[in-house]
Write a new protein. Structure first.
Length: 244
């Protein structure tokens, strides 16, 4: 896997590159800011599989970089993780809204980064299978296992793609989410409904999931915006994975 690491701090790039090598990623290209990153992408003929970018950088910041990458057909589905000391809810929301695949705050632990990388790469694989699938008579639109893909990244993808339908977790649909225009409108998990059910599902570390597009919502128990739910889920996952 070819990784593009974007950060204006040489020390920060050195630290992150060390962590990347520790999780088995050794093909690393470094860039000093967004403009440098776009140049490196062109020079490599977009042969990059994953981008880690800082937020605050001179010349072109991380948010502007994501916006430029998403304009290109080569970068529309490229996994991008924002790695930043900016931890405010509004900042995280903005990153997801412009197309970030995931978000991690500095300082971070190796286990957290490893989980994020695994999740965003699983999303990329799902999107690839989705494009190749037969439009009729095939398997569910999106399916996979939460061991490889965290719910936060999955819901983030569905939200950004403005998907409508039903996400079923486990056998028999005992847990799940209903989405309208990418927004989670209903959640159920056993006897729980609403936000409590969402957080119970977000804490799951294993189990099969299937997303069925076009299925009408079973109810309307959630009024909080999906981005707020996601930010909370991301933080809880980071804390659990980081052991803090």
């Amino acid at each position: 896997m070819n990784v593009l690491l974007v950060d204006d701090s040489g020390l920060s790039r050195k630290v992150q590159a060390k962590v990347l090598r520790e999780v088995g990623l050794t093909s690393i290209t470094e860039a000093r800011n967004g403009l440098d990153a776009l140049k490196k992408l062109e020079e490599s003929n977009w042969s990059i599989d994953l981008i880690l970018t800082d937020w605050n950088m001179p010349g072109m910041d991380g948010i502007s970089l994501i916006q430029e990458i998403r304009k290109s057909p080569h970068g529309a589905r490229l996994p991008i993780i924002v790695v930043s000391s900016e931890g405010e809810n509004s900042r995280i929301t903005q990153a997801f809204q412009v197309g970030a695949s995931s978000y991690i705050t500095k300082p971070f632990k190796k286990e957290v980064l490893q989980r994020k990388i695994q999740a965003v790469c699983a999303i990329a694989e799902i999107e690839k299978r989705q494009r190749q699938a037969s439009p009729s008579g095939g398997p569910p639109l999106i399916e996979g296992d939460l061991e490889r893909l965290g719910l936060a990244e999955l819901v983030g993808f569905l939200n950004f793609s403005k998907k409508e339908g039903e996400l079923l977790i486990g056998d028999g649909g005992a847990s799940g989410l209903s989405l309208v225009g990418g927004e989670v409108k209903h959640a159920w998990a056993g006897d729980l409904q609403g936000e409590g059910a969402f957080h119970a599902i977000a804490g799951l570390q294993s189990g099969r999931f299937q997303f069925h597009e076009g299925v009408a919502p079973r109810g309307s128990t959630i009024t909080v915006g999906t981005m707020a739910l996601l930010i909370d889920a991301v933080r809880r996952l980071d804390e659990a994975q980081g052991g803090s």
